[in-house]
Design a protein. Structure first.
Length: 179
């Protein structure tokens, strides 16, 4: 198990690459697209983190008996069950999203997953949590409640398919054309 210093150094190296990768990804016109399986992996891996962050943000804005506060933690638990299994596809998708320079991909692939995974989750939370506004929590609560009867795999598939469709026109998160 890497020491705290090794993890910190690896996280710092990864953080230093993110702005470079983002600029290169925007500048690149022809790059690898994210496959349907990789998009599903990204959603299955990151959706629990996003839902957990949303629950935390909305706690102060919703009554205790709201779905998001009272029952969404059960959905979160179901989604978390598939998170580890989704990691290999999520990582492959993240590598394509982050840039395709061989030297950077090689460096990221060489880093232990236990270093990369928490970094990705923290970056996602830092990026998306501020976008969840208190005034939107009631709407998010109603939307999340509609997901309750679905199995976790169906929730993941639904969001992955929506992202696949939307991302086909996105220059940063380019999904592969439908087969």
């Amino acid at each position: 198990m890497p020491s705290h210093f090794v993890r910190l150094a690896a996280t710092a190296a990864l953080a230093a690459l993110i702005p470079v990768q983002a600029a290169q990804a925007q500048a690149q016109t022809a790059r690898s697209c994210i496959s349907r399986e990789e998009m599903r992996g990204l959603v299955a891996y990151l959706l629990p983190t996003l839902l957990d962050s949303t629950i935390s943000t909305c706690k102060a804005h919703l009554p205790g008996d709201s779905y998001l506060i009272a029952r969404a933690p059960t959905l979160l638990s179901r989604l978390n069950e598939g998170k580890d299994k989704a990691w290999p596809q999520a990582k492959a998708g993240f590598m394509k999203f982050g840039g395709t320079r061989a030297s950077e991909t090689k460096l990221l692939n060489a880093m232990p997953d236990e270093v990369i995974r928490p970094f990705i989750e923290a970056a996602l939370t830092a990026e998306l949590a501020p976008k969840v506004k208190g005034e939107n929590c009631a709407d998010i609560d109603r939307l999340t409640a509609t997901l309750e009867p679905l199995p976790a795999a169906n929730v993941v598939d639904m969001f992955a398919e929506i992202l696949n469709l939307v991302a086909r026109e996105d220059k940063k998160l380019s999904s592969c054309p439908a087969a």
